[in-house]
Design a protein around this ligand. Structure first.
Ligand code: ZN
Ligand code: ZN
Length: 301
């Protein structure tokens, strides 16, 4: 039996490059490049990245076992070839879009993903600010269709790693715009800055991982407007650099809301409703904030 580790782990191989690029960006920002570093924020981001790696060690075997179990039900026997790798990469990115969109729209998933958005700064270390609790929000389950179609477990893990590596470099303010065809096709620093924005016009936009065309197709694309600088972070920012608070604050809020809920609808919405939902209707969901912004811009015209 071949081991699932037979393909090299691309993320482990890329880690020295991550560190080198962070150092280069820090120096560039010192020399005047656009960007913003705060040492407490950087410490939190790096600690979250380290903890996320530890969580992958703890839960990795279970995830691989789930993938291997799903692979036994495969529809096709897809060979390990270049074309299969390319197809798997594109389909994986489409599933990433579905995962990422639900991670912003369903609070149980958001409780894990919010960690990545909890920084009010935007630099390469923000890319490393990753969740510790992705396993509990079932983020791995979004890739199960690839195994059921018939892609090899090793190939699925490999393309997932490449996808993650690609998303590292878009977390920078130093790169403004790429040539137009690339901005049309790919997730770029400009598109992903929008994704990290808490301005109403930028909320819940640009979910794409590698390709931004999914957002163009499914109506969630918003271009960065240089006249409206991105305010990084959350609608309600956490006022803490404590990694434990960062990792758990939304889970704590869910359980607090569950205890306070008096109806089954409120309990359901506390888990599966959009982030910001409140039983009294006064909640700041992204849809409500965006609709409010659209109404204000229409009124101003
Ligand atoms: Zn996100
Ligand atoms: Zn990001």
């Amino acid at each position: 039996m071949t081991s699932v580790t037979a393909l090299a782990d691309p993320v482990a191989l890329a880690t020295p490059a991550f560190i080198a690029l962070v150092l280069i960006e820090m120096v560039a920002v010192r020399l005047g490049a656009r960007g913003d570093y705060d040492w407490r924020d950087t410490f939190t981001s790096l600690t979250m990245g380290f903890g996320s790696t530890m969580a992958a060690v703890v839960f990795g075997a279970t995830i691989v076992a789930a993938y291997s179990a799903a692979a036994r039900w495969h529809l096709f026997a897809i060979p390990m070839t270049w074309w299969a790798g390319a197809l798997c990469f594109v389909l994986d990115d489409l599933l990433y879009y579905a995962f990422h969109r639900s991670a912003h729209r369903v609070r149980w998933f958001w409780a894990s993903h919010v960690i990545h958005h909890s920084s009010q700064h935007y630099n390469l270390t923000t890319a490393l600010r990753q969740t510790w609790t992705g396993f509990f929000s079932l983020s791995f389950a979004f890739r199960l269709p690839l195994l059921l179609i018939g892609f090899d477990v090793r190939l699925v893990l490999f393309v997932a790693g490449i996808n993650l590596i690609y998303q590292f470099w878009v977390h920078t303010e130093a790169v403004r715009r790429l040539p137009a065809p690339l901005e049309w096709l790919l997730n770029t620093p400009s598109h992903h800055r929008v994704h990290h924005g808490s301005n109403p016009r930028y909320l819940d936009r640009n979910y794409g991982g590698v390709f931004i065309v999914w957002d163009r197709l499914f109506g969630t694309f918003e271009a960065e407007d240089d006249a409206e600088p991105v305010r990084y972070g959350l609608v309600h920012n956490i006022s803490s650099f404590n990694p434990l608070v960062t990792a758990t604050h939304e889970w704590v809020a869910i359980f607090r809301d569950l205890r306070a809920a008096t109806t089954w609808r409120a309990r359901w919405m506390a888990i599966a409703g959009p982030p910001g939902w409140r039983a009294d209707g006064a909640g700041n969901t992204a849809d409500a904030l965006r609709a409010d912004w659209l109404a204000r811009t229409a009124a101003a015209e």
